[in-house]
Design a binder for this molecule. Structure first.
Ligand code: PEP
Length: 264
């Protein structure tokens, strides 16, 4: 059995609304989360839980300065796929890399629906993030309508194949997937842990066909959608859930710290 390091991510979205509130949230979280070392086995450093925060762009640098002492890393909620130039309002991969981002969210459902991010654009962004030595967290998942139609697997398979088109097996080692049923995001409707685990296992079968079994078993797949301190332990007990992507609860330092300090 392949060991996959757990990874917890906090997506702050367009919150908090001022720098001081953002820094206070980071400080509060650091006071409560176990250090990376605390979550490690005594001699197996690879059993630590990785924690990543995704603050809004203007707060990334200062949040990084605060949380790095705890071994927590930072990422960007999105980037554009062009390198530079006349793209008013856009942020390039090199820019977030240069302020210390290690991860970038790609294909979040809010980007897909509110900002018309297509699978073609998402694929270009995933490749750009990899080109700059960062790690994409690629978000996929079915809408409520698709769930009702019973086509969750078809939707996930399609998104995985389009969004990862042309990504090599070597580059896949730096990709994290997040299965986020859209009907569970921000709704309080957490997906049943067993049901989510089945989808995660299915996603691995898709990857085994695209790459091979080793790649499919090695990739980390987070669950996202209304994760709370109450639901995290049950989710993390599942064989194929390797972490959580957390929105709402990551805006409360105590809730997100408890999620990161999950009990397996
Ligand atoms: C998200 O934005 O990725 C998310 C899962 O949000 P929430 O935890 O609020 O459902």
């Amino acid at each position: 059995n392949v060991f996959r390091q757990p990874i917890m991510a906090g997506n702050w979205k367009m919150n908090p609304t001022t720098e001081s509130d953002a820094l206070n949230l980071a400080i509060g979280f650091c006071a409560l989360v176990d250090t990376l070392e605390d979550t490690c086995g005594l001699d197996e450093s690879d059993t630590c839980t990785e924690v990543v925060l995704f603050p809004p762009f203007p707060f990334i640098s200062k949040v990084k300065d605060i949380v790095s002492e705890k071994g927590v890393t930072v990422g960007a909620q999105q980037v554009y796929y062009e390198d530079k130039g006349a793209f008013t309002g856009s942020v390039a991969a090199s820019m977030v890399k240069s302020v210390g981002c290690e991860y970038v969210l790609c294909g979040h459902s809010e980007r897909r629906t509110l900002f018309s991010d297509s699978d073609v654009n998402i694929n270009a962004k995933v490749k750009k993030v990899l080109e700059f030595g960062m790690k994409p967290i690629l978000c996929i998942g079915e809408t409520q309508e698709e769930y009702d139609l019973g086509i969750t697997e078809e939707v996930c398979a399609m998104q995985v194949s389009k969004d990862l088109a042309g990504v090599s097996k070597k580059d896949l080692e730096n990709v994290v997937l997040a299965y986020e049923p859209v009907w569970a995001i921000g709704t309080g409707l957490v997906c049943d842990a067993e049901d989510a685990n089945k989808v995660h296992k299915f996603i691995r079968t898709v990857l085994a066909k695209m790459y091979d079994e080793e790649a499919a078993q090695s990739i980390r797949i987070q669950y996202g959608g209304s994760v709370t301190p109450e639901s995290v332990d049950g989710l993390m007990a599942m064989s194929d859930i390797d972490g959580c992507l957390v929105g709402g609860a990551s805006l409360f330092s105590d809730k997100f710290a408890r999620i990161c300090n999950f009990k397996a």
